[in-house]
Design a protein around this ligand. Structure first.
Ligand SMILES: C[S@@+](CC[C@H](N)C(=O)[O-])C[C@H]1O[C@@H](n2cnc3c(N)ncnc32)[C@H](O)[C@@H]1O
Length: 231
């Protein structure tokens, strides 16, 4: 059965559902775009389609069938991996508003194989997860690094590495993103932050650290490096 958002959805009038989603999206700043049946609910704050175009090629070339997105926000990458690549994809996040939009989007867009879990991404929690072919861990580690230090961030990355069967897609905020208050709390990554991050990742034991592309950073002109890591 095909359900349209302006029709009855499991007993809930569609316009009420859409109103609720728009109300949730207006209550904070969604990081990723959400569209229901082609109708935009929120635009998002970064160019996610650029990042996914690159990631899609890696999924295809590496033959990934299962995907885990740690800190999935509104579920853009989970939805795309399931819809475009036929993966079974799980997103985990601790923000209920983001998860509400994410789950509504995959359900109403009838995306098979995409789902979400509420979870606080502590290292202990990560260690309890099963392995996935592909793991995405994007734009989160810088927060862990300035809150808990470089040594802990390294231990955290080792924990994630143990959950990766084929590859990890990774990016992080850099110390040259000076428009953000957190940039000054990070270790000084020098004149080449992409190289600094590459060396940091190598020290976490990844056998290969390849820079795939550069993408727009959060609220600034700086370019963030997107990496593909082999465990
Ligand atoms: C900056 S957004 C990045 C979203 C996505 N990974 C991307 O690159 O587009 C960070 C996301 O991680 C989630 N997050 C941050 N710390 C978390 C934690 N400790 N446990 C679970 N989710 C967390 C936030 O709720 C948010 O959705």
């Amino acid at each position: 059965m095909n359900i349209k958002i302006d029709q009855e959805i499991d007993g809930i009038p569609g316009f009420l559902y859409e109103l609720a989603l728009r109300r949730i999206a207006r209550s904070y700043s969604p990081y990723q775009p959400v569209s229901i049946k082609g109708k935009p609910i929120c635009p998002g704050e970064r160019k996610h389609s650029d990042r996914f175009a690159v990631i899609r090629n890696v999924i295809a070339s590496m033959g990934a069938k299962t995907v885990l997105d740690l800190g999935c926000a509104e579920g853009y990458f989970v939805e795309q991996a399931a819809a475009q690549c036929g993966c079974v994809a799980l997103g985990i996040d601790a923000d209920v508003r983001r998860l509400s939009l994410a789950q509504a989007s995959v359900a109403l867009n009838r995306v098979k194989g995409a789902g979400f879990m509420y979870g606080e991404l502590t290292l202990e929690f990560v260690r309890m997860l099963p392995m996935f072919d592909a793991v995405f861990f994007m734009s989160i580690l810088h927060h862990i690094m300035y809150e808990r230090g470089v040594a802990y961030a390294l231990e955290y990355m080792m924990g994630i590495r143990s959950k990766v069967s084929k590859f990890l897609i990774f990016d992080m905020g850099q110390s040259d993103e000076t428009e953000n208050a957190w940039a000054s709390l990070l270790p000084d990554m020098g004149s080449n932050p992409h190289l600094w991050v590459k060396h940091f990742l190598e020290s976490a034991g990844f056998s290969k650290v390849e820079k795939l592309t550069e993408s727009d950073a959060y609220q600034g002109v700086t370019k963030r490096a997107l990496f593909c890591l082999i465990p």
